[in-house]
Design a protein around this ligand. Structure first.
Ligand code: HEM
Length: 234
């Protein structure tokens, strides 16, 4: 009997999988789409850049989470010391943190450029209004990512910058019996002052809540783009 080549093994595995679920068909369908020529203009690349940078944030975030410790039983010191440990002792830790820092900044720039392109080409009009709204929501999520991530190193700059953030979030007025600002502040801070509870909350929002929301919204954004196709130039 002839010895199977790697290609034979590959085909056998794919056939085995395809006879249980149409994987090849689903992957082909989701990865290929004809795109009109005008979408080759450079300013159509910003949305894709945003996507790549978000993936980079997720990957570098997972690497940092191998060493980052937000809180040691009500004591936030490990947040600070673990970030120092990452920069000074973990192999290439400084590089991962640096890539994350610069790509996070670039992400904000790309979101603004993408939004400007969509506005400039009038792509927010019918039938794409819903996708514009999904986009605006994602833009807010990106900003909340930045604000919550800023506290995590737990150094002096992080602490005082966040106290400004919380102050602004707590500034809405009391309406009737509801103290909107006060409640928001308490919810974010987790207590009467900014402390370990605040760090724990910001960490949970940053690594669990926001990634889950943005992944769902990106899926919706891309499904809508495929539904409508890329808008024509004005
Ligand atoms: C934050 C994460 C976002 C990601 C990953 C993302 C990704 C993309 C991608 C890949 C496209 C395809 C065309 C292109 O790249 O220009 C696109 C189109 C679009 N995006 Fe975004 N986007 C984001 C945020 C936004 C924001 C902030 C807005 C507006 C407020 C927006 C509104 C739209 C609209 C309306 C389209 C359709 C454009 C057309 O058909 O020409 N997106 N997005």
């Amino acid at each position: 009997m002839a010895i199977p080549t790697p290609r034979d093994v590959q085909l056998a595995v794919v056939d085995w999988l395809d006879s249980r679920f149409p994987f090849t068909e689903v992957v082909d369908e989701s990865l290929t789409q004809r795109v009109p020529n005008y979408a080759n203009a450079f300013y159509y690349c910003f949305g894709g850049m945003v996507f790549i940078l978000i993936v980079l944030q997720i990957v570098t975030g997972i690497f940092l989470a191998f060493y980052y410790v937000p809180d040691g039983a009500g004591n936030p010191a490990p947040a600070y010391t673990s970030v120092n440990f990452i920069i000074n002792h973990v192999y290439l830790g400084w590089l991962i943190r640096g890539i994350r820092f610069w790509s996070a900044n670039l992400l904000i720039v790309m979101v603004v450029l993408h939004m400007a392109r969509v506005y400039w080409t009038g792509s927010y009009r019918a039938p794409r209004e819903l996708n514009w709204m999904v986009g605006v929501t994602m833009m807010f999520l990106v900003l909340v990512f930045s604000l919550t991530g800023y506290l995590l190193p737990w150094d002096t700059k992080a602490y005082w910058a966040t106290s400004v953030t919380i102050k602004i979030a707590g500034s809405p007025p009391v309406i009737g019996p509801i103290d909107i600002g006060g409640w928001t502040k308490l919810l974010l801070q987790g207590g009467p002052v900014e402390g370990p509870e605040t760090l724990q909350r910001f960490f949970a929002i940053h690594v669990f809540l926001l990634p889950a929301l943005i992944i769902v919204l990106m899926y919706v954004h891309f499904r809508l783009i495929r539904e409508h196709g890329i808008s024509e130039p004005l």
